[in-house]
Design a protein around this ligand. Structure first.
Ligand SMILES: [Zn+2]
Length: 187
């Protein structure tokens, strides 16, 4: 199970570091100025114990030019929008085909502090909001046969190859473009 595997968490952190480096190299999106690190510290619940505090950082940058100070936030495989929950947990839970069982909900509530309403919101984001994103509009046609929208995100997750951790990584990487900047604020 990828969630319990420290190597999986290190791998997605490496992806985020690479994306942060490219974002910084590109400079300020507004004026092209130099970017300074201005990371957000998140409190992602559901981490493994023993992972370093770098796992709690949402990489972000701030323009160094006086009067601009624009922000640049690279895509992330670890965090979806402003949610404190890990993208991976959101995905796994939302991917439960028929919704999580009572027992599973109770377990989630106790271990990562997620209640039934939160889970319902995540599922609704996948079913209602995700299909309207520019990412999905642009990329969905490439899947043959088409991904069943009523079964998102499970129907999309299963299109990626490899063992569970590799599939999740590929899936989160695919979602990357919608995790940066302001595009996920509605989430
Ligand atoms: Zn700037």
């Amino acid at each position: 199970m990828p969630l319990g595997d420290p190597n999986f968490h290190e791998r997605i952190l490496d992806f985020d570091r690479d994306r942060a480096a490219s974002c910084r190299a590109a400079g300020c999106p507004a004026c092209g100025g130099r970017l300074h690190a201005a990371n957000y510290r998140r409190k992602p619940r559901g981490w493994l114990t023993g992972l370093g505090t770098e796992h709690d950082l949402r990489f972000s940058f701030c323009c160094a030019v006086e009067g601009c100070r624009d922000r640049a936030t690279p895509p992330s495989l670890r965090f979806l929008g402003r949610k404190v929950y890990l993208a991976v947990i959101v995905t796994v839970i939302a991917a439960m085909r028929d919704g999580p069982s009572e027992r599973r909900l109770k377990m989630l509530a106790e271990t990562i502090g997620v209640d039934r309403r939160t889970v319902a919101r995540w599922r609704s984001w996948w079913l209602v909001t995700f299909p309207t994103t520019p990412l999905w509009r642009a990329r969905s046609a490439a899947f043959m046969p088409p991904v069943e929208p009523a079964s998102l995100p499970a129907s999309l997750l299963e299109r990626f190859a490899g063992e569970a951790g590799e599939r999740l990584t590929a899936f989160l990487s695919f979602l990357g473009p919608i995790t940066g900047g302001a595009s996920m604020r509605a989430f």
